[in-house]
Design a protein around this ligand. Sequence first.
Ligand code: PMP
Length: 401
Amino acid sequence: MKRIYLDYAATTPVDKKVLASMLPYFSEKFGNASSLHSFGVEASEVVEKARQVTADFFGADNKDEIIFTSGATEANNLAIKGVVKAYYAKSENKNQKPHIITTAFEHHCVLYAIKGLEKEGLIEATYIQPQKDGVIRTEDVGKAIKKNTLLVSIMYVNNEIGTVQPIAQIGKMLKDKKILFHTDATQAVNYFDCNAPKLGVDLLSMSAHKIYGPKGVGVLYVKKGTPIKMIQDGGAQENGLRAGTINSTGIVGLGSAITGLKMSKMKNKEIEKLRNYLIEKVLQEIPKTKLNGSKIKRSPNNANFSFRDVEGESLLIMLDAAGIAASTGSACSSGSLAPSHVLMSLGMKAEEAHGSLRLTLGKHTTKKEIDETVKQLRKIISDLRKISGNILGDYYKKVKS
Ligand code: PMP
């Protein structure tokens, strides 16, 4: 059975060119980029090249504004905790808690970082609710600002429902206010303009494995002059902001993946066309189905549906048995049976949120795959709606054996 991969928001396959660019840096060119000898110089030269490519992509003034991390989780933690740490490092700030504004449907690495700081008594926080269409209103961000607001952290594209947030508009609104602005652009980099100065952000996070690069490497863009401190003790790598041996091999891959993005504009249009076709077919052919999140303000590769009277985990297992890889909510939370915090933030009921399915397309997706997916989906949903819990139980046993 030929498998169909429709989970590109979870991760993407490493592009062949990206892999080829990385290979020498696993073996013969293995030097530590911080070493002063020729092996080190060989590694540091390619790291700096990749830093320049990355800086150009994000519109950075200087390549030193690019901090390489182990991924978006680390970049987001560094952005949020690093800014709070810098705030408390100033003695005049010791007795006043800063305020952070974020949204209720951020990725857990942002949400839990902020909730953790709140629990420790270090900050106060406001969690903005999106509108029913999964989009945050700039006006609501404006209303949440307080005298002590230190940071606004809002994702660019939501990883579950693919909705696009008005980052440039929020950036404009925050301009001239002494508030730092961070965006988690992990799901946006493939499809949207991520020029940081144009967006008006001080901090921006991303991850290579979502853009046909390797896992375990990411970026935090830090605008020059942003008060931020390292959160992990150790060496002085990455401008003193991120201790630890530089992942030169991964960084070479990240640089190549970013170079590859410039060539994918045409492909993105095709992805969007296929995604629209998928949405149309599913809504037409499967009754009691709803698209979650705005149809328009949406990443070109994302479709997220709720099927009434269907349990999402069963749907995933049956789709996988039919050779189709999809996801309910995000891959990061699929170990938990709790309904998606993203769907709940849209005001959905728990039972509705449970019957959700995320299909995310990528550059290798074909029309044939979409047709096969719709065909299987129609059959599986109809079966799931018919069969009782007992039969489903037997089915699970069969899948496991
Ligand atoms: N933020 C968003 C929006 C994401 O989609 C993800 C990946 N699911 C992350 C952060 C975490 O990225 P990483 O896997 O690189 O830690």
